[in-house]
Design a protein around this ligand. Structure first.
Ligand code: ARG
Length: 273
């Protein structure tokens, strides 16, 4: 995998960014089709502004001030199959994305967002584009090695606000397994994992593909995984049926063309799911 120039995980392990940008070409172009600023000088009526929540590698993260990742490349490729143009990416904390969408600050969410009933009451989702379960991260080589959620009892646990990982922890609090004071919520998972390696908390609950990325970057390991069977979708306003349909068509097209697999391999190597 080290030799594979198209494996963006190599970058996450500390390889030089410049070479990878040169080789991957499309990865850095997150600002839309070269039309300049957010106003859109050409076809602005068809421009959609995408929103995400960086700090969730390799789906979305900041590299030198720029937002990059699997979701960024995938939505760009999907939109390129439609009559829409992609505007500039807007960054929010994860739990602000749905309000940003319903308040028209953005037109589409691409943030490894799990499709679920609660969210589906407020927004519409595209067809699923990625599968994930929840994993529990602990310090690497540490003495705490839980093998089930119940083992987290009595330990400080972290998750990102508004996520399905947080829901897992809240369920433990509700059923009395975990004390409320032992739940630490964070604006993003990078901060949670920092607190884990610093010893301020003992475990972090988060999506498995992201947990695996942190394992490659930091001194942390996956203690166990809970099979939640989550599926990610792009989020759109409920009255934006044309956009939702166009993105579903675009998703199908990028799968059929092999572009989906290319993007997946680029960010996940050959272990992508
Ligand atoms: N899949 C999880 C959820 O939907 C976590 C998503 C977090 N995404 C992010 N960009 N921080 O709740």
């Amino acid at each position: 995998m080290r030799e594979d120039s198209f494996d963006r995980r190599a970058y996450l392990r500390g390889a030089g960014a410049a070479g990878l940008f040169a080789l991957t070409g499309t990865a850095g172009c997150v600002g839309g089709g070269g039309g300049g600023g957010g106003g859109g000088s050409d076809g602005s009526s068809n421009q959609i502004v995408p929103g995400t929540a960086p700090g969730f590698p390799p789906f979305e993260m900041k590299e030198g001030g720029e937002i990059v990742g699997f979701d960024i490349d995938l939505l760009s490729a999907v939109v390129a199959e439609t009559d829409y143009q992609l505007g500039n990416w807007q960054a929010f904390e994860f739990d602000s994305l749905i309000p940003a969408l319903t308040n028209d600050k953005i037109d589409a969410i691409a943030a490894a967002m799990t499709i679920n009933e609660e969210r589906d009451e407020t927004i519409d989702f595209s067809n699923p584009y990625y599968n994930a379960d929840q994993s529990v991260l602990v310090r690497g080589g540490g003495s705490f090695s839980p093998s089930a959620l119940a083992d987290l009892s009595g330990h400080p646990v972290g998750a990102q606000e508004g996520t399905t990982g947080e829901s897992q922890v809240k369920t433990l609090v509700e059923n009395g397994t975990l004390q409320q004071s032992n739940y630490n919520s964070y604006g993003n998972y990078v901060l949670a994992v920092e607190d884990l390696t610093n010893g301020n908390i003992d475990a972090v609950v988060l999506d498995k593909p992201v947990a695996q990325t942190f394992v490659e970057q930091r001194s942390v390991e996956i203690a166990f995984t809970v099979e939640t069977g989550e599926r990610y979708g792009f989020g759109m306003r409920t009255d934006d049926d044309d956009l939702t349909q166009a993105l579903n068509g675009g998703l199908e097209a990028v799968r059929e063309s092999g572009r989906y697999e290319e993007i997946r391999n680029e960010w996940f190597g050959s272990n992508g799911g």
